[in-house]
Design a binder for this molecule. Structure first.
Ligand code: ADP
Ligand code: MG
Length: 579
């Protein structure tokens, strides 16, 4: 099996540890069987023959065997878990790196929860398979072989009989195990439904209240909760029945053997030592056999987990560096968008776009929501690649230059401000953590953020996560603008950077943006048209096509799409249309 081979390959660097662990397991298996073996000399020698030599040797042997068994148990457990945990940690890192490399479309196709579950749960079950199942496979097999040897050595006829009785006991146990697992799986699914519901309704509590849906949600929750309860009760009752049932079956087996074995002893064919040594070995067989029958399941789960993990690792990122890609020199002439068509799936979202942007120019994109503005600007840093046509910067097709050199020249400020749970300083220096204090402060000042940052409890060292909720939208936005200023990229993309702010916050942010835009080629998308009046050129996008372009005055004079948008906003905001 392919997955199996790959797992072996991952474990290969640890083969030294593995062989050491095997050695330990061999000792554990041998000492368990030896203990069963020693029952005969102990019983016959000490208790029947009253042999003083034996009284000395046997307790010493028992102590030594337990010591060896204990040390080797410890050794094999630590070694095997080391291998399992190491393999899984390496796999997690690889998975994380691979996920980081993926393009944006990958993240729209794979929900966050699923990706998180790949890294945490799936990798975790894999560890169970590697450490536990492999341990069982070897340690318990060794023990099994040793104990079977003891029972056959002691009384092969009785052993043959026991071999027939034993499966009769094991079979119902395996059945029980299967039932238990199916309930466990369903319990997990229900638990998942329950947490999803909780997450939705608690984080969305304002909506629940606003729409008066408390009762409805209570009912939904009760239903899931009830289902969870029933499954748990079922699991409890199966679990509670399992042990007595198995003991009962075991009791029948033991009774049968006592009957036969006792008969042999009374008849004089065997010593009590032989019989009890046999019985001890037989009882000791139970644990390893039980674990071996369950092992397959752990392995199957592990393999299923591994398959899901490898499926993601095998996904080649859609956007990467072409063979022989060169570094893009600092933008000097401009960007050319040539006959670009783009579709996320089937239907094109951008159709036949042609646009040349000179270096240093400020170009604004306007149009109704859903017109394709964000999509268009996302093509420039190659968040997505064009479906048809091409985009060049200073004559280089952006697919022919390295992604790092391309994105290194672009700073973005979007409507959702993304701040990380880190200090304000590191949030500003994100992308280049090594920047000097002075540079960071200068960027913050230019972004009109310095003053409020110094008011924070620990100033630049305040951790955003803790104070995050206390920062206003405008403040958060100014921190992301400081980040963009510090990056000092020649090309700037502003996607609705001020749209979610109120007018007052917008004025502060706009001042920060003016500082940021100075001397940079800027692509700006703004919901409020008043903010882009001064753009060198305004492009109107409708349904993925450029329908108008020109300066504010030219477009107003045209009395077309732009004029319509503009009038609409004026009636909304000022109450009277523009003259
Ligand atoms: P705008 O920024 O002008 O509001 P967008 O570029 O965000 O418009 O969206 C243009 C169209 O593309 C919309 O119809 C939108 O539904 C669709 N779209 C946006 N993002 C995706 C995506 N990740 N997958 C599929 N369709 C998308
Ligand atoms: Mg948009």
């Amino acid at each position: 099996m392919d997955v199996f081979k790959r797992l072996l390959k991952l474990a290969k660097p640890h083969s030294g540890r593995f062989f050491l662990a095997m050695l330990c397991m061999l000792v554990v298996g041998a000492s368990t069987s030896t203990l069963a073996f020693l029952v005969k000399p102990a019983l016959d020698g000490i208790f029947l023959k009253k042999d003083a030599q034996m009284l000395l040797w046997i307790p010493l042997a028992v102590i030594f065997i337990y010591l060896a068994k204990g040390l080797c148990s410890y050794g094999q457990m630590v070694l095997m878990n080391y291998i399992g945990l190491r393999v899984v940690a390496d796999l997690r890192s690889r998975l994380y790196r691979q996920i980081q490399k993926q393009s944006l479309s990958f993240f729209t196709r794979h929900p966050t929860g699923v990706l998180m579950s790949r890294i945490t749960n799936d990798a975790g079950t894999l560890q169970g398979a590697v450490s536990d199942a492999v341990t069982t496979m070897f340690k318990d097999s060794f023990t099994l072989i040793g104990l079977i040897f003891v029972i056959f050595y002691r009384d092969w006829q009785l052993a043959v009989i026991a071999m027939f009785i034993f499966p009769l006991i094991i079979y119902p146990i395996a059945k029980f195990g299967k039932k238990m697992r199916s309930v466990a799986t369903r319990t997990q699914i229900t638990m998942g439904a329950l947490t999803t519901l909780l997450h939705e309704t608690i984080s969305g509590t304002r909506i629940v209240k606003a729409f008066g849906m408390e009762e409805y949600e209570n009912k939904r929750f009760s239903e899931e909760n009830e289902r969870f309860f029933k499954l748990n009760i079922k699991a409890v009752s199966i679990n509670a029945a399992a042990s007595p049932f198995m003991e009962f079956l075991g009791g029948i087996g033991i009774a049968a053997i006592v009957l036969y074995g006792g008969f042999q002893v009374i008849k004089g064919g065997a010593t009590p030592g032989t019989f009890f040594s046999f019985l001890t070995a037989l009882i000791m067989l139970y644990e390893p056999v039980k674990r071996l029958t369950n092992m397959n399941n752990t392995i199957q789960q592990g393999i299923a987990g591994a398959q899901r993990v490898f499926a993601i690792i095998d996904m080649e990122p859609e956007i990467g560096n072409r063979e022989g890609a060169i570094d893009l020199p600092r933008i000097s002439r401009g960007i050319d968008i040539e006959n670009v068509t783009f579709a996320y799936e089937e239907t094109p979202v951008l159709k036949d776009i042609n646009l040349s942007i000179r270096a240093g120019e400020v170009v604004a994109f306007v149009g109704m929501s859903g017109g394709g503005k964000t999509t268009l600007v996302n093509l420039i840093p190659r968040f997505y690649d064009v479906t048809q046509g091409r985009i060049t910067i200073d004559g280089h097709d952006i697919r022919d230059v390295t992604v790092e050199s391309l994105r290194g020249q672009i700073a973005m400020v979007t409507q959702q401000t993304i701040l990380f749970n880190d200090t304000v300083r590191n949030n500003i220096a994100y992308g280049d953590i090594e920047r000097s204090e002075e540079e960071i402060v200068r960027a913050a000042q230019a972004a009109h953020a310095h003053d409020f940052i110094t008011q924070l409890p620990q100033g630049y060292d305040t951790v955003i996560g803790e104070a995050g909720t206390k920062l206003s939208g405008g403040e958060r936005q100014r921190i992301s603008i400081a980040r963009a200023i510090l990056k000092d990229a020649p090309l700037l993309i502003l996607d609705e950077a001020t749209s979610s702010l109120d007018t007052e916050a917008e004025i502060e942010v706009q001042k920060a943006l003016d500082n940021l835009m100075a001397g940079r080629t800027t692509l700006i998308i703004a919901h409020r048209l008043s903010t882009i009046r001064n753009a060198d050129r305004i492009i109107v996008l409708v349904n993925g096509r450029i329908v108008e372009e020109g300066t504010h005055e030219q477009l107003l004079a045209k009395r077309g799409e732009y004029f319509k948008l503009y009038s609409m906003q004026f009636t909304e905001e000022e109450g009277s249309p523009p003259s």
